[in-house]
Design a protein around this ligand. Sequence first.
Ligand SMILES: [Zn+2]
Length: 90
Amino acid sequence: MPLPQRKRTVMPIPIEQEKDTPFRADEDEECCFCFKTTRFWTALPDRKGGEQVACCPPCSKLRTPSQVPSKSAWCEEARKRRPSLYPGQP
Ligand SMILES: [Zn+2]
């Protein structure tokens, strides 16, 4: 349960390390802010599991949850940046 917010402070983005997957460097996802590869994902309480996006620890401290892009926006950006990873997609 999220705690009630009494004042507006910069709240870091909750993240968690990707679990249950053997480490494979080529499967790292790109942080939704800086596009460095990371194995950390957002753990936003108001998003379902499939709607979380990759977010590296440094960016999670600099940004706020309201700045996290939607999953679809993030996927679209990732496709634009690395089209070779998404063959057959526009
Ligand atoms: Zn980042």
